[in-house]
Design a protein around this ligand. Structure first.
Ligand SMILES: NC(=O)c1ccc[n+]([C@@H]2O[C@H](COP(=O)([O-])OP(=O)(O)OC[C@H]3O[C@@H](n4cnc5c(N)ncnc54)[C@H](OP(=O)(O)O)[C@@H]3O)[C@@H](O)[C@H]2O)c1
Length: 239
């Protein structure tokens, strides 16, 4: 077992594939699971009470697009620093962020917790910059996820598109989403020309990479008030 500097009391909200992966890693790193709160007991966020959360130091939330906002509101109101990896709720982010700021809380959200993806996003931005003035190439994004993933395009594909548009506002970077099979997540950028194709891709091999990133965020977040992205943690604010 790897020993951490300080064992934390962690609440896991969402007992699905990601919640279970984070719980297993947290135990392995010597943390205590204060509670694991599943969907059956938490309709409308009703299990996230001050009594149930008392003594918890941080929460990790991986649920569903229709549940996440209420869960975050409850956790922020209870004063629990919260890490969420749930995707598909970006339209509500500003409302949740306003609540976090008003309450002096701490929230870290990421559509993708893998380190490799964040380096990939930076490399894609650089690639888009290099191709910006080159006519004769069509650029597109292709993302593939397992059949049970509910949202499309993925949050990571949207981020990828935004990053590439920052570097090249003349190309739309259309996204194609595939939902099939069991893949934990693949994102590919291609520049296709008449004689050649350039591709850059990130392929997640297992959910554990996301779970490890989410747990690292949970270890980092207490003591960092405000709303953060995983990039703030990995590269420093604005880094
Ligand atoms: N950021 C990242 O790196 C990353 C990586 C992988 C996945 N994700 C995202 O994380 C989310 C979860 O993914 P997953 O693969 O774990 O999905 P999953 O296996 O379907 O698990 C979702 C779980 O959330 C539970 N749930 C639903 N409403 C709830 C509520 N109000 N309170 C507590 N639990 C609730 C569900 O329980 P019931 O079945 O009982 O409803 C289910 O067990 C998705 O949005 C996915 O896109 C993000």
């Amino acid at each position: 077992m790897v020993t951490v500097q300080r064992s934390m009391r962690i609440v896991i909200v969402g007992d699905g594939k990601m919640g279970r992966a984070v719980a297993a890693l947290a135990r392995g790193r010597g943390h205590t699971l204060h509670a694991v709160i599943g969907g059956a007991e938490n309709a409308g966020g009703r299990a996230l009470t001050a009594e149930r959360l008392a003594g918890a130091e941080v929460a990790v939330e991986f649920t569903r697009p229709e549940a996440v906002v209420t869960n975050l509101e409850r956790l922020v109101e209870a004063g629990i620093p919260t890490v969420t990896g749930t995707t598909g709720w970006q339209d509500d982010l500003s409302r949740v962020a306003e609540l976090v700021e008003r309450r002096g809380g701490a929230l870290l959200h990421a559509a993708n917790f893998s380190l490799g993806v964040h380096l990939f996003l930076r490399a894609a931005h650089d690639l888009a910059h290099r191709f910006a003035a080159r006519a004769g190439f069509d650029a597109f994004i292709l993302e593939e996820h397992h059949a049970a993933k509910l949202d499309a395009p993925s949050g990571t594909a949207r981020q990828l598109q935004a990053r590439m548009r920052e570097a090249d506002d003349a190309r739309p970077f259309p996204i194609t989403s595939v939902r099939a099979g069991a893949t934990p997540g693949t994102h590919l950028v291609a520049y296709d020309g008449p004689y050649e194709r350039v591709t850059l891709a990130h392929e997640a091999r297992s959910r554990d990479g996301f779970a490890a990133g989410a747990l690292a965020a949970a270890e980092w977040l207490p003591g960092h008030p405000g709303v953060h992205t995983v990039e703030d943690m990995l590269f420093g604010e604005g880094g």
